[in-house]
Design a protein around this ligand. Structure first.
Ligand SMILES: Cc1ncc(COP(=O)(O)O)c(C=O)c1O
Length: 382
């Protein structure tokens, strides 16, 4: 006999990349070297200043609970970041510290939407959006995108989506690295405002930008919710700290939820995150390396048949159309890993309808690893 399992739990898909990671670990255990182009995180630790602040906090602080909305000093520092980086005044009261951006999504979704409502999002896109929506009895509505619209939602696509309560935008996007322009984001925000649709802007890859300016939703909207994190630019994935910027009327509802769900965000991580803002040189150095890696792959991959690459403006991913090479990206990635030791992520994680013909290549590793990956793939395709 087994106990009851909810329907909503059954609605959540597994993360296929985890299977790739398991196969890669097996290969490594057998003594082979694997080039990890499947990972979605920086290969570097937290910046030195953040580590020093964490050490100091361990010595000086009790590391107890703190306020559910975050340490006041960190909220104020994040607010200042909006003035420095975007030229927009954001009050510290609107900033809510969360357990990674992942902890921000349920708070944003639960305070914006009622069960059964429909939320639009780009396909391909980060799979957790749809899975968290499903777990909350919300319906994800795919907006199929293409290279022509830089894999971003458009007003025209929204017009065809039917009634929706929300829109998720991610720029730069995972898995494509492509961005929306400021006028496009403003048009999406205006469309949402006219219809009482809540826009949620995932800005987790801001700071990792190669071409153009990553526009924050706070520049173009008073009603959008911004989601961000210390995981990517700040290189602090395992510290589990992120933030939201929300309209004033959502602060108290989110506070009530956060108090009950989480009590507070890890205190040690908040000390470290505060210091990370003063580590720009080290962090910008990582972005330089990502840029070198991106350029190296963009130049090297076409020679191995991977010549249909999304134009990555930011983040550390290349999204490759491989439909001319396979109609089963999962099998293609499995074979590539087995025969070359280069691990990549099949597109089905990001686009259930069309991902059998795509894969994602992460260039968050070292430049030497990118060179080795291109060398191995050239030998494979010969
Ligand atoms: C687009 C996007 N949003 C959110 C997240 C979640 O990151 P975290 O919870 O570490 O902030 C990720 C992680 O890969 C991501 O790619």
């Amino acid at each position: 006999m087994s106990g009851k399992v909810s329907r909503r739990a059954g609605a959540v898909d597994p993360f296929i990349v985890m299977d790739v990671m398991a196969a890669a670990a097996e290969k490594e255990a057998a003594g082979d070297t694997v080039i990890h182009l499947e990972v979605g995180q920086p290969s570097t630790p937290a910046p030195k200043g953040a580590l020093a602040a964490a050490h100091a906090a361990l010595d000086a602080d009790r590391i107890g609970y703190v306020a559910a909305l975050g340490m006041p000093a960190l909220r104020a520092r994040i607010a200042r970041h909006y003035r420095d980086a975007y030229g927009v005044e954001v009050s510290a009261e609107r900033v809510i510290v969360t357990t990674g951006s992942s902890g921000g999504f349920p708070l944003a979704f639960l305070t914006s939407f009622d069960a059964g409502e429909r939320v639009a999002l780009a396909a391909p896109g980060y799979p957790a959006y749809r899975n968290i929506l499903a777990a909350l009895n919300l319906e994800a509505v795919d907006l199929p995108t293409s290279a022509a619209d830089r894999f971003q939602p458009t007003v025209a696509a929204l017009e065809k989506a039917g009634p929706i309560a929300g829109l998720i935008v991610a720029s730069p996007s995972n898995p494509t690295g492509t961005m929306v322009t400021k006028p496009e984001l403003a048009a999406l925000a205006a469309w949402c405002d006219r219809r009482g649709v809540r826009m949620i802007s995932d800005e987790i890859y801001h700071g990792i930008v190669y071409d153009g300016h990553a526009t924050s939703a706070v520049e173009v909207s008073d009603s959008a919710i911004v989601v961000n994190s210390f995981s990517k630019y700040f290189s602090m994935t395992g510290w589990r700290v992120g933030w939201l910027v929300v309209p004033p009327d959502l602060v108290r509802p989110i506070e009530r939820l956060a108090q009950n769900f989480f009590i507070s965000v890890p205190t040690l991580s908040q000390h470290a995150a505060l210091a990370a803002f003063e580590c720009r040189d080290e962090l910008d150095g990582h972005v330089q390396r990502y840029r070198t890696n991106r350029d190296l792959l963009m130049a090297g991959l076409p020679a191995v048949g991977l010549d249909r690459l999304a134009p990555a403006d930011g983040a550390f991913y290349l999204y490759a159309d491989v439909a001319h090479l396979t109609n089963d990206s999962r099998e293609f990635c499995r074979r590539m890993l087995a025969e070359t030791g280069v691990a990549t992520t099949p597109g089905i994680d990001f686009d259930r309808a069309r991902g059998a013909g795509t894969l994602r290549i992460s260039f968050a590793g070292s430049t030497a690893e990118m060179e080795e990956a291109v060398r191995r793939l050239k030998a494979w395709r010969r």
